[in-house]
Structure formats: structure tokens, C-alpha cells
Write a protein that binds this ligand. Sequence first.
Ligand SMILES: [Zn+2]
Ligand SMILES: [Zn+2]
Length: 554
Amino acid sequence: MDAGWVAFTETLPDAIPLPVGAAEANAEQASAIALIDGQHASFAAFLLFGITGSGKTEVYLQTIAACLSRGQQALVLVPEINLTPQLEARFRARFPSARIVALHSGLSDKERVLNWLSASRGEAHIVLGTRLAVFTPMPRLGMIVVDEEHDASFKQQEGLRYSARDAAVYRAHQRQVPIVLGSATPALETWHNARQGRYRLITLQHRAVGGAMPPQIEIIPMHRAKVVEGLHQATLNIMRDHLAAGQQVLVFINRRGYAPVLSCGECGWLGECKRCSAKLVLHLKERRLRCHHCGYEEVIPNACPDCGNQDIRPLGQGTQRIEAALETLFPEAKILRIDRDNTRRKGSLQEMLRQVSAGEANLLIGTQMMAKGHDFPALNLVVVLNADAGLFSVDFRGEERMYAQLLQVAGRAGRAGTQGRVLIQTGYHDHPFYGQLLAQDYAAFADAQLDERRSMQLPPFAAYALLRAEAEDGALAKAFLQQLQAVLADAAGVQMFDPIAATMQRKAGMERWQLLVMSDTRHPLVNALKRIAPMLEARNNKVRCILDVDPIEM
Ligand SMILES: [Zn+2]
Ligand SMILES: [Zn+2]
């Protein structure tokens, strides 16, 4: 894909940018840098596995410095636009004379084109971007870094479905350059590749920040507990102590809105979306019920639409309800809620993060937006509400994702030399998952998960493809999948299940059905899928069908 751009290699950059202010690498970092740099002239994939604060970024910076000094370009992929400004600032400080360009969907069309041209002409030294940047032509590409490689956002979920991480590895191989995949909680596919020796595993076990320790994680069992608005009395006491000591506290709840559903205590009515098999989320301030899947909304009814009972109540907690509860429980605190609902405006998230850093807020409420990357020196208590969702997920990656997310949010606590504390409220404190989490030993967790996947013939030990058909009339979607099933029936080495309704059967007015196809290795699967390609490409006004190879959810 880069071949057409070789002509541009004539325009080499004028000066080789010199790095400034490189931190002294510790022994682990130094050997990581030497290993990666030693492979600069050929393809090698490295998994840089290190806990939060172990200094993965410093390893990227120093290997990139070596890459630039050879007159080459570096491509750095990050999972989220929101993380690019912080990282970009760090890169600019280190390489003040380098041309660093960003590539993500938050730029104007003009900015994006200019940055893309600068990269493809070989002028930009460093390209920093989200998953779409993986295809940027770079004539002098010298290395690729994928930070937080486990992040689900590297998988494109609409249209052409590809994994930017896998595309990056492929590209590094094609260009014969090294690639570094960095994570504290690597994807199990990546972990498996490292265990098999296909990727080289580099472990950073120590926190690079002087004297810092991993956070102390505690489980707060919710069974038969005295609870105030979803918060355990013990949790509230610890929060009070931390606030009184002048520290910041983060309450993490991965559910925005006021409450996840409105219900009638008389007849059991629940507010549901008319277009999806989903509950409508209560947004109290806007006096609206909203569907988080299709955007449908309606005003909050005054009485139950089914039985007329006027006493209809919100069930469960969302960020807005926790905010209201904390305003009453901690009237002195400076409370700041950060979720997708109040950070839509451009620059508003940056402004909120600034307020947190400046200490203008001390009690924070946040969703997964807050879990990723941002460093807050005064934050040393994280409270996790509603942690259990991933334990009983239909998605076989539920526990893997949950472990990654909890460890990531735990990593927000205590980065400035003090030990952070993390409280996890759970209704299932004796579930083996929490034992593994308390051990904070991701390698052991990942090995155990891989054993389970192997025994259950799940990825990465088998290859899967999901065919999803959507139609206004569910019978048409199902019939279409049955046609595909018939064509695939005698394909060699492939197994199939019967078409079933998707977990979320109705979305935005469409009925969704799916057909799962698997094989032991990828080749038979790909060969089988070639047979149905014409059927998928043929226009069908009634049924829309999506092929998802290596589906994230199934
Ligand atoms: Zn009712
Ligand atoms: Zn909906």
C-alpha cells in the first residue's frame, strides 16, 4: 500500500531533530530500548508489557529518538482522540525541532489533508493518530508503536471491519520495520502470540516513578450491606477521610444518565425503546428518557403508561444520580462529573481535565473516559461502583475487558509517589475473578484465561466469523442467513451453528439475526467465506448483511 509513495522519498527532511530532556532510563527500560533498537533493520514484533507508571512512554520516546536519528519516520497509534493532546505535548517537549503531525477524526478536513500530505511526502517525522492513521503512507517508515494495544477502539466497528493493531503488525512486516505493542493488560490474542514466541515479550515490572507502588485494591461486599444511593457506608467513610485529608477522590461508574431504567412498582412496567430491545435511560435534568443505542427519546411520563400508577421510580444508578447523591452527602466538596453527556462540546473535556489538575474539583464522578491515560497527581482514592457487569456477559471477552478496565482505572490512583487506594463494590466478592484481580498479576490471569479458551475452542485457538443480517422483518434476515448456511454447508474444515437472534435482537427498528462460522485455523474459514462473497455483495434492499471476521462480540 505504500509502494506508490516511494517517489516522494527524494524530499528528505532538512535537519535530524535532536531530543531534549530524556529521562534517565532504569535498567529494565534500558534493556527494552536496546532490544527494540537492535532490531531496527528488520521486522520484529515486541509486546511491551508494563504496569501503569512503569515508563512505557519513555521506551517509546527513546526508541523513536534513535529511529529519527537514522532519518526515518515513526508512526504512533493511540486508542482515543482525547489522549492525543497529552501525548502530543510530551512528544513536542522531547522533540522540539521535529515535525509531529496528528491524524484523527477530530481534525478539520483541511488539517487532516495537510497532515496526511506531510506524512506521505516523508516530511513529518512523527505521525500520531488513532486507528485510521494506520494506513497513512510513510515513505521512510522506521518503526510503529501501538499504545494501549488491547483497547477495543482499535477495532473498527462500522463498515469495513478491521483491527488497526493487526493491520499495523502486517504493515511492519511488509516494510520490515519493528513494531512495539504496549499495554499493562495485553489482549489475549497478543499475549498468546508472545507466549508462542511470535512476538517478543518485554516486561517492565517496576514503576519508573521514584518510590511509587501499585495501588492497594480492596473489595467491598455489597451483600446485605447498608447502602445509601448505591454507596456502602464503609465506602462513604473512607471517601470522607480522603477528602478531609485534602486529596482527590474519583467515583467510577460506567453508566451515564440518572438511572438505567424507569419502572412502575405496581405493574412492573419498564421504560423501553420502541425501536430497540433496550431500556430507556432516565436523564432527569433534561426531563427525558433516552435510548443510548439509537438516540430515540421521549418526555418522562407523569404516570405509568400501562396502569396509570403515578409512583414510577428510577431503578439503579447512573452518573447523574450519583452526582445528586454526592451533592447531598458531601455538601463541602467541589464535585465534577465527567461523562459523554457533558463533554460533547469541543474543548470541554480539556477544560474539565484542567480543573482537575488545578485542584478546582476534589470529588470526581466519571465513566470509562476517565479511566484512560490521564494523570492526576492529587488523586489517590478510586471508588468503583457497579463493577460486576462483565462477569456474566454473553461476550466471552467480558472478564478480559473487565480486568483491563479495572486495572486501568485503579492506575489513576496514587501516581505521585503515594500509594493509591481502590475500593471495588461488588455483589459477588467470592467470584474467582476478584481473587485474580486482587493479586494484580495480569500474566497469571491471562494464562488462566487462555487455558479456558483453549478448552472451549474459543479465539485465539479457533477462528471465527460472524455473519449478521438485519431487516425490518426478522424472518427475512433469518432466511437470508439460512441461504448462506446452505452454501457453506459442505465447506471443508468449517463448523456452523444455526442462525440465532442477536443478543440485542432489535436495534433502531431493525431485527438482527446472526450466524456463527468457525474453523480450527484461519485458512478453511477464509476459503469458505469466499464462496458467499457474491451473495454478500449482491444488492438486497430488504436485508443488510455484515461479515465480521474475528468478531469482538458474538
Ligand atoms: Zn404500572
Ligand atoms: Zn433505541
